[in-house]
Design a protein around this ligand. Structure first.
Ligand SMILES: C[S@@+](CC[C@H](N)C(=O)[O-])C[C@H]1O[C@@H](n2cnc3c(N)ncnc32)[C@H](O)[C@@H]1O
Length: 210
């Protein structure tokens, strides 16, 4: 029996990471992906890119993974200028959904390389492509890369990040994660044709073994 299917929904985010970190994700996503793809043993090397408030690190510890690496601007690693320091058989990333969260408004120390501060969608996609290529290069043959990403609307326009990004490796699963507890649930709509976005995408890639 598989651990998960292609629709994920978690009513709470679990005990992992800082619940107050803007844009954090549920630790269940990372836990379930690891337990699904590594059912009998942990990944030999787990790397998390865009680790933010420490969700992945706490999940790793709770699974007994003690050598995991967690990379983010907030701990001094810049995805645009720094290399991924080692090779891994499992990489998880949760990039900003372009500038949907304005960290500038909540963090004075905002870095110009923070992808969520980019005004241009084209530059954002170009930069995330560059980072995803770095991630792919850091995957060991047979390794798995899972990226959690959302589509966004801005000024009435729909931007499908998962569609516009380049994909590296073989797509082995495309999961939909329901977004629970969003502010949108209580939003009063004036345009009744408008369909709110209440899901995110998890794209899972495998690097072929030559
Ligand atoms: C959606 S949040 C990730 C949240 C994380 N999954 C959690 O549960 O807390 C995106 C993260 O991308 C990081 N980020 C943005 N631009 C970056 C860059 N150039 N290099 C490294 N990290 C970056 C931000 O600091 C932020 O923590």
């Amino acid at each position: 029996m598989p651990k998960i299917n292609s629709v994920l929904s978690y009513v709470d985010r679990g005990p992992w990471g800082k619940s107050g970190y803007r844009g954090n994700c549920s630790g269940y996503v990372i836990k379930d992906l690891i337990e699904n793809y590594f059912p009998n043993s942990s990944p030999k090397q787990f790397i998390e890119v865009f680790s933010g408030g420490g969700t992945g690190e706490d999940v790793a510890k709770s699974l007994g993974i003690n050598n995991s690496v967690h990379l983010d601007l907030i701990n001094g690693w810049n995805a645009l200028t720094d290399e991924i320091p080692l090779q891994a058989d499992f990489i998880f990333s949760h990039p900003p959904y372009w500038n949907i969260i304005n960290y500038q408004a909540v963090r004075e120390d905002i870095n110009k390389d923070d992808l969520s501060s980019f005004d241009s969608y084209e530059n954002f996609i170009k930069s995330l492509n560059l980072i995803n290529k770095k991630i792919y290069d850091a995957l060991l043959p047979g390794g798995i890369y899972a990226m959690l990403i959302g589509d966004v609307r801005k000024k009435g326009q729909y931007y499908s990040l998962q569609k516009d990004l380049d994909w590296y490796g073989n797509l082995i699963a495309h999961l939909i994660k329901i977004q629970n507890n969003t502010k949108m649930e209580n939003f009063q709509y004036t345009n009744m044709n408008f369909i709110p976005i209440l899901h995110e995408h998890i794209l899972v890639f495998k690097k072929p073994i030559p």
